[in-house]
Design a protein around this ligand. Structure first.
Ligand code: ZN
Length: 85
């Protein structure tokens, strides 16, 4: 099953369909309507989000994968390489 890919972005770029770290959480910007939400889902080590992402504001409802999530995890394990904005 193909997952919808959410690309890694930043709050500055603020592009539709991207995700970025926000404090200890993860922010996702809806690919369709561009609304921003805190991800309160489980994310596997490969970045697969479960359950599916269901936008409260529009019809977007897909199984998604967070692109670049695994490299982010490696950075976290390597120490506290804190990335500010
Ligand atoms: Zn939406």
């Amino acid at each position: 099953m193909a997952n919808y890919t959410i690309k890694k972005g930043t709050s500055k770029e603020n592009l539709h369909g991207t995700w970025w770290k926000h404090g200890k959480g993860v922010t996702v910007k809806c690919p369709t309507c561009g609304c921003i939400g805190n991800l309160d889902h489980d994310v596997s080590s490969e970045g697969v989000v479960s359950p599916s992402l269901d936008c409260p504001k529009c019809i977007f409802h897909e199984f998604v994968i967070l692109e670049g999530w695994d490299e982010e995890a490696r950075v976290r394990q390597g120490g506290d390489d804190v990335t500010a904005d």
